[in-house]
Design a protein around this ligand. Sequence first.
Ligand code: PXP
Length: 245
Amino acid sequence: MNNNYLRLGVNIDHVATIRNARGVIHPDPLKAAQIASQSGADGITAHLREDRRHISDEDIARLIDIDIPLNLEMAPTKEMLDIAVKHKPNACCLVPEKRQEVTTEGGLDLDKNFNLIKSCIEKLKENKIRVSLFIDPNENHIDKAKELNADIVEIHTGTFARTFSKNDSFQKEFKKIQSIANYASDIGLEVHAGHGLSYETTEIIAKISVLKELNIGHFIIGEAVFDGLDCVIKRMKAIINNARE
Ligand code: PXP
């Protein structure tokens, strides 16, 4: 593959969020994953949370058969490790998880959880699953990720995305991400990035040449509502009108 290629991983969690709001089977995250694949996505990301607020165990079992790589996001717990080992996704991205958080608020604390993460990485790699660590842009975490023998680091872009266009601090955050990404790549880690990215912020982050993959969810699913609403309303109107002909 072209060395300059930047993959797009589409996070489909929020398709499941909408489905679960009604406790029914529509909209199906598997269908979203198939559409993503047909539309040029390079991978699918799904986060199986401890509280199963969006993606379910059954979703993971079904998503494993899609024709593009599955990146399973998960907390470093025994329960999640067993699920990963059972299904063997292409990659697992280890993330910190707090029950009360709305989304993954920050990266892993690799100092505090060194031994726990080490044993998770060993187990996943024994099972031929690539391991990614979701981290804040900080050089110490990169060194630790290397020491832990992770394959990939995914840099948390949430602060950059949140501060974008509000003030100039996003430029400082961008420079930090850029320099940390270069450092990680120089010491042999594959570098991904994600969280909170939109069209505008992706345009900037994608310029970091060492990045190999971006993982984007909330914006893509949210924007798909606007891009698809017109089509769905027209189809529903046609059904109503035809029924009255
Ligand atoms: N990468 C990781 C590790 C995440 O936890 C998330 C959110 O689930 C994303 C990327 C995607 O973030 P967003 O949904 O804000 O695009």
